[in-house]
Design a protein around this ligand. Sequence first.
Ligand code: SAJ
Length: 419
Amino acid sequence: MKICIVGQGYIGLPTAALFAKNGCEVLGVDVNEEIVKKLNQGIAHIEEPGISDAIENAVFKGHYHASKIPEEADTFIITVPTPYVKEDLSCDLSYVISACESILPVLNKGNVVIIESTIAPMSTDEVIKPIFEKAGFNIGEDLFLAHCPERVLPGQIMEELVNNNRIVGGITEECSHKAADVYRTFVKGEIIETEAKTAELSKCMENTFRDVNIALANELAKICAEIGVNALDVIEMANKHPRVNIHSPGPGVGGHCLAIDPYFIYAKAPDVAKIIKLARDTNNSMPGFVIENTGRILAKLDKDAQKISVFGVAYKGNTDDARESPAFEIIYGLRAAGYEVAIHDPHFDNPEYVSFEEAIKDSSLILILADHDQFKDLDYEKIRKEMKTPIIFDTKNILKESDEGVESINFGNLYKFIH
Ligand code: SAJ
């Protein structure tokens, strides 16, 4: 089978590597010339365990090559980004549309086309299908179109692509069968066949489920700060119930999935998607909550504080991924409030970020915004010695024990420091 995969990013490239490893002839298409050049030399441009060897091998054996232009193939898979439109929060399908249009000149009767990019419900039926119909194809008869969302965890993509269950949503049953057969090449998990719109909405709902639950935990943190209860104790107690799983409060929700996918649903049905929008608003309000309470803590413990040390800009612990990270809004807000903000994040090679020692020097407060392992075991002796006032506001609740001489504040005991 020859497969053409349009978009060679975090999903497209590992997917290409796995098809190549399993006996397919694979063409990876990308608009970026630099990426194409590198890939043809067998060099993977993304950081992901296992991908470098897999691509090097595939190129060496002649099973994979990259190009800016699609070629004829049996199956086409689209893995390009879908941002959201700022004005109405809807799903921006422009990359998906141009990827679909780019394969039209090389598309033949009998081909299978699969959209893997996360898209709003109804996109395959209402926007993507007409592109191919206009080109003269009869979907389900001479062209087989399906949406098959990816669901993988960065850092484990090569493994999860093989072992996770997949949803395959075809325009017709025949489309689902044909697309499912494509994935059977390497997928060991269950392959569930459904309609395109069901696959689209289930992917968006998976991330919405998490966003809404995080919002509930964040709301609890706000309630507890106001009425004087330890939110973290409440969560621990409530989660002893076998059917309760309150998530963790934090400085806000980052990343490309939880912070964006819920909007795709909301934009489709804004009059009814009320909880979804409220959850987004609640999570978006957390940077403001952190800024406000940092100010309150300092007003109580160090009235003339000038410097704050932000620890962590990544949206996810132990990664160098800062997409949609709430840290930036917090840094901006603290600076706007007049504080000098030093940023420390050992996962980034940014000349504006400083070392642990430089960050804490003469600082009045360490604000932990990412759950990196490096922050779980801080050098308290240095903190006591070098900081103006040794206060830590740990918004990720990663410091388990407070150390003598260091004021350790989190969403559990916050209420004691702000009233
Ligand atoms: N967060 C909290 N409280 C929590 C859990 C997370 O504040 O209790 C915050 C994190 O700090 C982070 C954000 O939420 O800022 C997102 O966290 P995440 O690591 O759970 O999510 P992503 O965006 O890295 O990955 C999600 C995953 N989806 C689900 O768990 C339903 C992943 O499986 C998907 O593959 C990915 O989205 C995707 O590609 O859609």
